[in-house]
Design a protein around this ligand. Structure first.
Ligand code: HEM
Ligand SMILES: *[C@@H]1O[C@H](CO)[C@@H](O)[C@H](O)[C@H]1NC(C)=O
Ligand SMILES: *[C@@H]1O[C@H](CO)[C@@H](O)[C@H](O)[C@H]1NC(C)=O
Ligand SMILES: *[C@@H]1O[C@H](CO)[C@@H](O)[C@H](O)[C@H]1NC(C)=O
Ligand SMILES: *[C@@H]1O[C@H](CO)[C@@H](O)[C@H](O)[C@H]1NC(C)=O
Length: 256
């Protein structure tokens, strides 16, 4: 454990001088005041690495396609439907109906929905920014800060992730009198769990490393420091759908 901490410190001091790896020009920087960010960690990560404009503004489809390939090695058109859906909701504030600013996506009940893993519900005033209190409840269910002795303690499995998501939705329904179970909430919520798992998947472990999940949600950063590498094999919508099916197949009901 001591060694672990030492290595961590070494990595972080290395990080201050050379955050700039892989590839040049796509260093991680947190947003500056005035930059636009979304309720979606996946998009924010890409803006923080300059795959999307660092301003988070005037995002168009061509830029998104380049970004998802550069940042995560998804096939360029993987997120076309999501983009087109956002455009179709007319939520843009850019003045150009082919683009949006990241913050535009926070418009409640369009794509944004209640019971998110790392954001609070719209009813409580802020559905856009990372919410450490909400996330702490989810992180606990994911066991993100538990480091057991065995190799498998380093990973979040599909089963754990599916149960953590379901528990978060149950918690949100308990405290939010306006929780609205729209179609988006019902199908979108396992969908976003499938998205982060697919994006941060370690094929050999058949699970997602806890350290990668922490960096992705808590710093909105690609976890290169924690050993993430761009997948050699490009991922597609089929990978996301397959993961979605796995998430959906977990029995998340609780005994009373
Ligand atoms: C590139 C890969 C992407 C990844 C890995 C990703 C990942 C995620 C994750 C994990 C969440 C859930 C956050 C939470 O529950 O706290 C989320 C939410 C969201 N994503 Fe993405 N996303 C991606 C692309 C996109 C695209 C292309 C769009 C739209 C154009 C989008 C729009 C949203 C929105 C609006 C939410 C909020 C949903 C909610 O209320 O929970 N995402 N995304
Ligand atoms: C968005 O605007 C278009 C064109 O003005 C309109 O046809 C469509 O119904 C609007 N969509 C929503 C969800 O309001
Ligand atoms: C709107 O954005 C699209 C996509 O970036 C661009 O091709 C188009 O020229 C823009 N239109 C205007 C009027 O700026
Ligand atoms: C969902 O709840 C919000 C308040 O959190 C409310 O503004 C919105 O109109 C509701 N949507 C539906 C479809 O009931
Ligand atoms: C799911 O789990 C619950 C609680 O453990 C159990 O009562 C139920 O029978 C399970 N359902 C299925 C389909 O296995």
């Amino acid at each position: 454990m001591k060694l672990g901490l030492f290595v961590k410190i070494a990595l972080y001091s290395l990080a201050t001088t050379s955050y700039g790896w892989r590839p040049k020009g796509h260093e991680w920087h947190p947003p500056l005041p005035g930059d636009s960010r979304s309720p979606c960690p996946g998009l924010n990560v890409m803006a923080n690495h300059g795959w999307l404009p660092r301003s988070g503004k005037n995002i168009d489809l061509a830029t998104l396609r380049v970004a998802v390939t550069g940042a995560y090695n998804y096939a360029p058109t993987t997120f076309d439907k999501a983009f087109e859906q956002a455009i179709a909701f007319n939520l843009t504030t850019t003045g150009n109906s082919s683009t949006f600013n990241l913050a535009d996506l926070a418009k409640h009940d369009d794509i944004e929905f209640d019971g998110s893993l790392s954001r609070n519900d719209f009813y409580f005033g802020d559905d856009l920014h990372f919410d450490p209190v909400i996330w702490a409840t989810v992180a606990e269910k994911l066991g993100l800060y538990e480091h057991g002795d065995s190799e498998k303690d380093k990973y979040v499995t599909v089963e754990t992730a599916a149960k953590a998501r379901a528990a978060r939705v149950r918690d949100a329904m308990k405290v939010n009198p306006t929780f609205n179970a729209s179609l988006n909430e019902i199908s979108g919520s396992p969908g976003t769990t499938a998205l982060y798992l697919t994006t941060l998947w370690d094929t050999k472990a058949d699970a997602a490393p806890k350290a990668w999940i922490r960096a992705f949600f808590e710093q909105e950063r690609i976890p290169f420091l924690e050993g993430y590498e761009l997948p050699e094999k490009q991922k597609t919508g089929a990978d996301i759908n397959a993961m979605f099916a796995r998430v959906q197949s977990v029995n998340v009901s609780v005994q009373h």
